[in-house]
Design a protein around this ligand. Sequence first.
Ligand SMILES: [Zn+2]
Length: 252
Amino acid sequence: VQYALDDAGTRIEATKGTEAFCPCCQGLVLAKCGVIKVHHWAHKAGIDCDSWYEPETEWHRNWKLHFEPHQVEVPIGSHRADIRTDRNLVIELQNSPISPGQIQERERFYKNMVWIVNAQDFADRFFLMKRMGGDLISFKWKQMKPSWRFARRPVFLDFGKMTIRDLLGVKHVRARVAYDANLVSESFASLSVERYGPRNGAYLDPSLATLNQDILQSGMLRINTIYESGHGSAKAVNHSQLKKQFGIAEAT
Ligand SMILES: [Zn+2]
């Protein structure tokens, strides 16, 4: 966790060699100030009091820095919301894989919440294919983790430094002649092969050329629909829209 309480009950960040108290369980937490991981507090007991805990990464930290300290790591019942805005919207930052059951459990618990998913690990398997109505863009997510199909609250994919422009994909459908050992008389069968990419091919769907600069430069998508096949649709979100929606004050 980023914040713990000192003796006076003030939220403080970890500094080398110090101790403080967990805002949730009041247990003792120790400062972890190594070189590789972001500075954080860890429970002295060795186990985090929140069963939904996931290890803090730089990605988590960067998101939390957009918010005021009192909006970050807010104890709610026996859990700790990553962020809770002043409008009582919980923002869960999800970096590691999560099961459909866990998604549903958290949505039932927090109710008014959205997900921000670190999409940087699968950005190379995520292709935007076609502009549909308005600003809706269809996508193909190869080897998608099926969990996010079960989310009923808004899911935002954060592609980090990559922009919508970087995610534009090309779909090729080709007829291929392939040898089929099961066919005795005709030993060849025709197959249709679908390929996605390359990113900067000359055969982008013409509808994608109509996306304006604002959209092409944004780095996040809000999922609209998502299917088992990994196909779906999403809307590009830029920073100012997101800030407005989340009630983030204009800062950095
Ligand atoms: Zn605790």
